[in-house]
Design a protein around this ligand. Sequence first.
Ligand code: PLP
Length: 443
Amino acid sequence: MPHSIGSHVLVPWSVQAGLNPPTVVRAQGSFFFDADGKRYLDWTSGSVCVPLGHGHPKVVEAIRRQADRLCWTPSGFFNDLRSRYAEALSRISPWAEGARVHFTTGGAEANDDLVKVARMVTGRPKVLCAYRAYHGNNLGSAALSGVDRWRDRFSGPCGPGGVVRFLAPYPYRSPFYADTPELETERALAHLETVLSHEGAANVAAILVEPVTGSSGLVVYPKGYLAGLRRLCDEHGILLAFDEVMTGFGRVGKSFASVRLGVTPDLFSFAKGASSSYVPLGGILVREGVARFFDREYFDVGHTHAGHVLAVATGLATLEVYEEEGLFERAILLENWLRQDLTELQGRHPNLVGDVRGLGALFGMELVRDGAGKTPLVAWHHPTPPAAMQAFYRALLARGVYAYGRYNIPLIAPPLNISRQELDLGFEALDAALSEVESLNLD
Ligand code: PLP
């Protein structure tokens, strides 16, 4: 039944009147299909959450088999699959010392729990987060996120408190007036040191960042910035926490961004790619030396569905496929293709595509009005995409391509096993959608 006002689903992130999205009924590989049989290329792996593409037979079969055997057991009981999956995650983690895992059902819940763990371990109240960040939409994770329109709804006096913000680097629109990556890093770290001294570093439990920011702008931090965070944390006894909900599980060319970038946090959150979103699964990995704290102290965190057996069985099968099919490494091949093709596309639309940036199979394209002038195509933090961006996404959908992004920055994040021919379909549609936006009268 098509959605209309008065339908029983409250559609997330939307004014309910006038919605007309596709009614999706099935999916396979890099494509999904609507009720009329129209095919859509899944150009951003859904919400950057289906790295395996849809319906991978090995994972589907693992889900079927596990559903027959056992779906749920209390999170306080032991379970063979839960233990095996946690061990596998420890193996692909950035730490030689290994890690322990706390499971959740998604990324927002994971970030909430990450903060609780950091506070319990350090006994300190504050958490430092970047303004340009997205950590989820639970009350806690919304307060951690730097979404301006949530400022007076879910954070500040309306949030759980203890969150302090800082400006992270953004080389394309440097908030630090720097024109080299080195200067950007140096000034961004100096700013953070100032924040720490005003807030009292001894009150800070953790600094939490996305190692590559995802939907809030797709910013790849300049060289040395994450290493600088590590240094500052070590200096002040602060835990360095990464949000790897989007960057984890091969998206940036290694198991986790921390491995690719060579900077190890003390704990990090994951979700999305863990199960390729075939079932909801997330969690946090805590390095062994930190997790040991709970050998004698109460681990005061838990959920009915923590370590849900069907979910961890899915996670195990998904990880097996990533490894058998070499998909983490394939993200590096995709990185080369995406960088080259997006740069070419920028050359064809120099006034509209202001910047192309990314790592692995996670890219963003910053759309502007005036090329080198850098005026954003639409203002940030608008609750619904303004007309120009709606026209862009509509033009893609009309050509059978689904993409997702925020503000003036659409993402490019295809399934890790997408073929070269499928990728070309996406680029053709992208080229045409950009031309359509160029033909709009934006004033
Ligand atoms: N953190 C990051 C970096 C994300 O991209 C997202 C979701 O897009 C989340 C957290 C929230 O995850 P979830 O939607 O599974 O709660």
